[in-house]
Design a protein. Structure first.
Length: 401
């Protein structure tokens, strides 16, 4: 029996100051908030920040993925651009979903045939699927003709016409399924849920928490106008009046990477897993959700980033800020937030001990050293390299049969 090796986690914590911004809004078009410790906090959902990280990593790797329900429609669009008749292009696009499995992927007929489930697949899969349709055009033409004839034929007395979802698969199921199952680096990192297609599910190696301000942060109104440049001489000149809302504050951000799971997703390629860990760390530090960026430009960097490499389980420090941080006597939340984080890290280290902690360290804007956070690093780049090297260390826990 193979020796037991515990999972290895890389925890990333950041204290990130953000000026007037609307990084993530809710259904009411206002900044998202949460109530924590009896105080209202500004919040940025994990999904919003995860998308920003994913897009930055894909740009760096030049390997892009798409999350979409519109795959059949986009295939049809591409075929029309290649000169296919509209009805044949639409039929071929629908066949991508129909031919993916024996029963086909679920689709929404009232919404143009989009897939019921959100697909997550490499962007270049579209061109391969278009090529597959080109190769099977005669079969698609024949199947469409049969379907059209069947639809035009009178319904037998007491019978029923064939339903759309009973149309047989025309494209080779094995090939279509293999294309949908393909992965990119970010799919291996963030995972993919697709229960309808066996083998397409990927367990995510990244877990990310909602970011929230470490102190109370109420919504702040912003009354603004848009000037009418071509107003008549007797008009006031405002073409648009509105009140928007924004938030400010120091966000606590947390994510953890299961390096063991990531390596498994990469079929055991440990070197590639470490490379993706390094790129993820850089993107975690540098990325920002892009909502309202043209009118707020909140392009700040974290005040402090702290990492811990652990075996067996990750540890968030969110509990450090259940009681909202109070501003320093001279103003500002950054220094009190750092003190609160370090004090909580000390308590965690005392309670858990260091047996399963492989390494820990930090990098920060402030000049004074910070206790209890491990090795100080002079830059975020140095920090990313150091945690990657630490994560590569072999497991030292006693093997168990």
């Amino acid at each position: 029996m193979a020796p037991y090796a515990p999972a290895r986690y890389i925890d990333l914590h950041a204290l990130h100051p953000v000026p007037a911004s609307l990084l993530n809004r809710g259904e009411d078009d206002e900044p998202k908030t949460l109530l924590l410790g009896g105080a209202l906090r500004a919040m940025v959902s994990s999904q919003a920040w995860k998308r920003a990280i994913r897009l930055q990593m894909e740009e760096e790797l030049d390997e892009h993925a798409a999350r979409t329900r519109n795959l059949p429609l986009r295939i049809a669009d591409a075929l029309r651009e290649d000169g296919w008749p509209g009805d044949l292009a639409a039929f071929a696009g629908a066949q991508i979903a129909r031919s993916a499995t024996d029963k086909g992927l679920g689709t929404e007929a009232k919404q143009g045939g989009i897939t019921s489930a959100l697909l997550y697949l490499p962007r270049d899969v579209r061109s391969d699927m278009v090529q597959l349709c080109q190769e099977h055009r005669p079969q698609l033409e024949e199947a469409l003709a049969q379907q059209t004839a069947a639809a035009a034929a009178p319904t037998p007395k007491g019978g029923r016409k064939t339903k759309e979802n009973a149309v047989p698969a025309v494209l080779p199921t094995r090939t279509v399924a293999a294309l949908i199952r393909r992965r990119t680096a970010t799919i291996n990192l963030f995972g993919r849920m697709l229960a309808e297609l066996p083998g397409a599910h990927v367990d995510g190696a990244v877990q990310m928490a909602h970011a929230f301000t470490v102190h109370q942060s109420d919504l702040q109104p912003d009354y603004f106008t848009a000037v009418e440049d071509w107003a008549a001489p007797d008009e006031a000149g405002s073409a648009h009046l509105q009140t928007g809302f924004f938030t400010t504050g120091i966000l606590y951000r947390y994510a953890t990477v299961n390096l063991t799971e990531l390596t498994r997703n990469l079929d055991g390629d440990h070197d590639q897993a470490l490379r993706l860990l390094n790129l993820f760390t850089e993107a975690f530090i540098e990325s920002l959700p892009q909502a309202k960026r043209t009118s707020t430009a909140p392009h700040t960097l974290p005040h402090l980033v702290h990492y811990t490499v652990r075996d067996r389980r990750p540890v968030s420090y969110a509990a450090a800020f259940e009681q909202p941080v109070k501003a320093a006597p001279g103003g500002g939340y950054a220094l009190p937030a750092v003190h609160t984080l370090a004090t909580h890290a000390d308590a965690v280290n005392r309670l858990l001990g260091s047996r399963r902690r492989i390494a820990h360290g930090y990098a920060t804007h402030q000049n004074a050293p910070v206790d209890h956070l491990g090795t100080p690093h002079t830059s975020f780049e140095e920090l990313a390299d150091a945690l990657t090297q630490a994560a590569a260390q072999p497991h030292t826990s006693p093997a168990r049969a």
